[in-house]
Structure formats: structure tokens, C-alpha cells
Ligand binder design. Structure first.
Ligand SMILES: [Zn+2]
Length: 584
């Protein structure tokens, strides 16, 4: 354990405790935030002088692709990506390489250098859970967890089609325990199954092949199961028709499905002190809104549809989104939405990988470059920022690039600066294709987010949304001692001086993880232990037994034996189960 540390005299931004730039000290003992340290503890405590600097909880990324088969496919199919970024071994750290898809060591160091301490892998195919956990375990410094891909799962589609909600819920609970995963991910519901036949679905009410279930039924079923079980987070939805002109309409209609589903978060955890009520009121967490917000009918007449969806979200309280910003430059697109990646392959001819994960899901991977000279890419840049600026309540938004789909997470400093600085946006407008301005609302927006807003979008809200705010995303007593100190003096903050903001966000002055200083000005200085979180979801034994009879019967269609399916705990770094629905 890390002993004690005092972070003194910084300007603290801790939205979950409604602290907005107050000058104060933060104390940590044995990895947790405490009210104060005794005089004798102070004598031996490490002290960070944060005078004139910004202090926030450690960064929380609630949607990134950092571990598992498709990430590794991205690494292995892109040697050129690894020539571009190299990291030398030091006495403390491993070597590493990779720009858009870094090696496991490098991604841990790169996140920590920017002040991030918690990252959730956004798509874990059940059959690939062991591999995913191996890579999460090997990623240094970061506390992690993963969302289980369930929107095209054979077992679930059968149960939902037959209206057998009890067995469907028992199956989800068993799958979370079995694969040591944290929440429900739903990718292109009912459509990925059709991709196995070279097809997709294009409306919410189109039945898919063989299972004859519709996207609407899958979304409705999963959101209801999620609340029946009392999961920590809402269903994490990657909507249908991603990346198609006109897709904003189906996105908005998809968000209407869980409106009215009563939320119930039921987890037995110790809660850090916060002023804000942490109970979950969102029934859907829509991911990478930008990629699902195109209006128009073709790539020739396409335009931003973000305003329309933002208007809907501004009037509703059951939705939270992450943005999926595209900060220009190299990316590697990778998703469980196989047909969406095939569309990009036909557009670009770039090298392409496609996988069908037996009875569960699929995926596609393709290198991609977002160019300022390209009309659609420029529009996408504007749309991503619109997602964060047109939705009025920052507690409904989370900043991401869907790393590495819109760009690698190492581009977060650019996105953070664009949303804080109109001057930086104007500078980028002057460099990119005019579609960015002509076909979006961004040019007319003069909103500039504050450091407090930024702390919501990058710490407090991702943690609250996924049910991790009992220990992450705040600096309240009892929270994990994860802290970022940025070299930004809020008293002298000048959004026009965006170069200074970029510099500060790229390398945090200090990153503290569990009470230990892990990075100083971007240099890794220690490598404390990390944790993996998962949901241990309980249902009545009888329900589980009945369900397992079906699963074992259908299991003969898998290429592996039933006994080899689960992920043992030893695959996880410091496995930390969260008891869900535990009175069962
Ligand atoms: Zn994603």
C-alpha cells in the first residue's frame, strides 16, 4: 500500500462533490481519499505542491478499445502503425510500440501520462473473454473492466423471441459471472447476425434471418433485463445503421425504446462520500453518437443530424451519450459491427479483417485516416464536437474518440481543447474542408466548456454513468486516491491560448493512482497494482439451473467444450467482483 500523500493548495474540480475550483488540499491514506492526515502522518507524507494548478479526480474512460481479439488483430495487421511510435525500455518500464493500436504496455503508460487511471474495454465477445482479460491484466497501471457483447447472441435471441424473459435474465447474469465482465453491450442489434449471411438490417422492425427477431425487440429486451438484474450501468448501445447517411433517424427512434423503462441499480458496494446522488437514472448509454448522426440520403448530400438528436436528448432524462469524436489523422476502425466495417472497405479498399464469433457476435477491423481536406471527414470532426456542445447538460455527455475508431486516445488533449476554446475551433475550421462549417451547426456555437464541465465529461460522468462513482471519478472521502494535477492555473485561464491547454492536457504534471505518484510530466515513475472489476450478478438458483439445461444442450454447436468456456479468476489482475442483485 502507498502510505500517505498530500496534494496541497491546488484548485480542485470535483463535480460529484460540487467543488468548482476551490483552493484546497487532498489527502490520501492507504489508497483512499481521507478527510485529513494527522500531524505525525504529515511528517512522513509525500507532498505535491499544486499551487497555481488544476486538480481533478483521475481520468475515467468509459468507452475505449484496448484489449481482446479485434484490438490484437488491429495490432498484427498494421506493422506500419508500430514503426510510427516507439517507446524505449527504462529501468522501470517495458518497451512498446504502436500509434493507433499501441501494445499493452505502451497504452497503460500513455493513458497514465495524460492523467487517466481507469479505462473500460467497450466490447468483449464472450468467446474472447479470456484473451481480453489477458491483455487487460498485462496493461499496466489502469483499473479496468469490460462490457459483454450480447445484442446478437444466439441464446439470448432465442429467449427474447420466445418471450422467456426469466431465462434470458438468468443467462445474462450467468454470462457476466462466467466471463468476469461488467455490463451489457449491444452492437447493431439483430444486424450482426444477418451479416453472417452477407446482409444487415436497416429498420428497427425488420426481423433478422432464422431468429426472426427485430432490433427493437432486442433493445427492449436487453434494457428490461438490465433493470431486472439491477446492473451497475445502463445498456450500452451501438445503434443500427452506423455510418450511413440518414442514420440519425434510427438512432433517435432507438433512444425512444428504453424511455419509460424504470431504472434500478442494485449493487452492494461501499460508497465514497459525494454530494451528488449517485443512483442511476439513465436507462440507455448510447455510444459514439457522432457515427450514428448523419442526416441526408447519400455521401453527396449528407449533413449533420446531431442537432435533431441533441434536441431530443435535451428534453429527456433517460439518455447519456459518449461522443466518438474524430480529431483528424490516423485511426484504426474496429467494431463488433462487421457490416459497417465492410462498407468502409468498399469505400476505401484498405486492408480489412472480418471475424464471425461463432454463436455470439462478429467484428471488423480496417486502417483509416481522417483528412482535413476530405468533406465528409471534416463534417465528422464538426459533428463530434456538436455532440458535446449542443447537448446542454454536461451530465448527459462523455468525451471519447471511441479509441482508436475516431482516433487514438492520445488525441484526447485536442478534443478537450476544442470543446474549451472557440479560438481553437476557428483555427481548425480555417484548415479543413468547408463542409465542416456549411453542413453542421458548429460554426455558430460559441459555447466554451469550463474546467468544471471538463471534469464532468472526463471523470465524474463516465464514472457515474457506468456505476463506478462509488470509488472513481470523485475526490470525496472513501474514493480511490486517483488524482490528476494539470499545469493550468484556472485564475489565469485563457481559452484563446489553446497551445497552453494542449500542452497541459498532453502531459499531466502529476498522475496519482491509488495514492502513489505514477507519472510526473508524462514520465512513468512507479507501477503500483491494478484491479479488474466485474459484475457478479445473482439470480435464483432454480432459474439458473433451468437456463443451463438449455445452454448445455445448445452448446454442442460451439467449437469448444462447455468446461473450457468460462474465464477463471486467475486471468484477472486483482479481480474485484461487484455483487449485483445479491439478495437473490
Ligand atoms: Zn467502440
Amino acid at each position: 500500500m502507498a502510505g500517505t500523500i498530500a496534494i496541497k493548495n491546488g484548485y480542485v474540480f470535483d463535480p460529484l462533490n460540487e467543488i468548482n475550483g476551490e483552493k484546497m488540499d487532498i489527502f490520501i491514506r492507504d489508497g483512499k481519499v481521507v478527510k485529513e492526515l494527522s500531524a505525525s502522518e504529515m511528517k512522513t507524507s509525500r507532498v505535491i505542491d499544486a499551487s497555481g494548478m488544476t486538480v481533478m479526480p483521475g481520468g475515467v474512460d468509459s468507452h475505449s478499445h484496448v484489449a481482446g481479439a479485434k484490438v490484437n488483430a488491429g495490432r498484427s495487421m498494421r506493422p506500419e502503425d508500430h514503426y510510427k511510435a516507439n517507446l524505449k525500455k527504462t529501468a522501470l518500464t517495458h518497451s512498446g510500440s504502436g500509434y493507433t493500436v499501441p501494445s499493452v504496455y505502451k497504452q497503460g503508460y500513455d493513458y497514465a501520462a495524460m492523467g487517466y487511471t481507469t479505462v473500460f474495454e467497450a466490447a468483449v465477445p464472450p468467446l474472447e473473454a479470456r484473451h481480453t482479460h489477458e491483455e487487460m491484466r498485462a496493461t499496466p497501471l489502469l483499473d479496468m473492466g469490460g462490457y459483454l457483447v450480447l445484442g446478437n447472441n444466439f441464446f439470448l435471441m432465442r429467449y427474447l423471441r420466445d418471450g422467456d424473459m426469466e431465462k434470458a435474465a438468468a443467462y445474462v447474469a450467468w454470462m457476466m459471472k462466467t466471463h468476469k465482465t461488467y455490463g451489457i453491450k449491444c452492437v447493431n442489434p439483430a444486424g450482426v447476425e444477418n451479416w453472417a449471411w452477407g446482409k444487415n438490417v436497416s429498420t428497427l422492425d425488420e426481423t433478422n434471418i432464422h431468429f426472426e427477431i427485430t432490433p427493437r425487440e432486442v433493445i427492449k429486451g436487453l434494457t428490461e433485463i438490465n433493470e431486472t438484474l439491477g446492473m451497475p450501468m445502463p445498456v450500452h448501445l451501438h445503434a443500427n445503421n452506423l455510418g450511413h447517411p440518414g442514420c440519425y433517424a434510427i438512432t433517435k427512434d432507438s433512444l425512444k425504446i428504453p424511455d419509460g423503462v424504470k431504472t434500478k441499480q442494485n449493487m452492494a458496494v461501499e460508497w465514497a462520500e459525494t454530494k451528488m446522488d449517485l443512483s442511476r437514472d439513465r436507462s440507455v448509454y448510447l455510444t459514439h453518437l457522432m457515427f450514428n448522426s448523419f442526416a441526408g440520403t447519400t455521401w453527396g448530400d449528407c449533413e449533420s443530424g446531431v442537432k435533431d438528436i441533441a434536441d431530443y436528448i435535451n428534453n429527456k432524462d433517460h439518455v447519456v451519450i459518449d461522443s466518438g469524436c474524430t480529431p483528424f489523422g490516423e485511426a484504426t476502425v474496429m467494431t463488433g459491427d462487421g457490416p459497417a466495417i465492410h462498407d468502409l472497405y468498399t469505400l476505401t479498399g484498405n486492408k480489412w479483417s472480418n471475424t464471425d464469433v461463432e454463436m455470439e457476435c462478429g467484428s471488423g477491423v480496417l486502417p483509416f485516416t481522417y483528412l482535413k481536406s476530405n468533406p465528409v471527414h471534416s463534417l465528422q470532426w464538426a459533428m463530434g464536437l456538436e455532440c458535446l456542445l449542443l447537448i446542454k447538460d454536461p451530465w448527459k455527455t462523455i468525451m471519447t474518440t471511441d479509441s482508436p475508431n475516431g482516433g487514438p486516445f492520445t488525441k484526447y488533449p485536442e478534443v478537450m481543447t476544442w470543446i474549451m476554446s472557440e479560438a481553437f475551433r476557428k483555427q481548425t475550421f480555417s484548415e479543413c474542408h468547408k463542409w465542416a462549417n456549411d453542413r453542421s451547426e458548429l460554426g455558430g456555437i460559441n459555447r466554451e466548456l469550463s474546467l468544471y464541465d471538463l471534469a464532468i465529461l472526463t471523470r465524474a460522468n463516465p464514472a457515474k454513468t457506468i456505476g463506478m462513482a462509488h470509488r472513481k471519478g470523485s475526490l470525496g472521502v472513501g474514493a480511490d486516491g486517483d488524482v490528476t494535477v494539470y499545469n493550468i492555473n484556472p485564475q489565469q485561464l485563457d481559452a484563446n491560448n489553446y497551445e497552453a491547454l494542449l500542452r497541459a492536457f498532453r502531459k499531466a504534471e502529476y498522475t496519482v493512482k491509488g495514492g502513489e505518484i505514477v507519472a510526473v510530466k508524462g514520465e512513468i515513475v512507479s507501477l503500483p497494482e491494478k484491479r479488474t472489476y466485474y459484475s457478479e450478478v445473482h439470480v435464483e438458483n432454480e432459474r439458473e439451473k433451468e437456463m443451463l439445461v438449455d445452454v448445455k444442450e445448445w452448446f454442442r454447436y460451439y467449437t469448444l467444450g462447455f468446461a473450457n468456456y468460462p474465464t477463471p479468476e486467475k486471468y484477472l489482475a486483482n479481480p474485484t467482483p461487484i455483487q449485483v442483485n445479491s439478495e437473490r
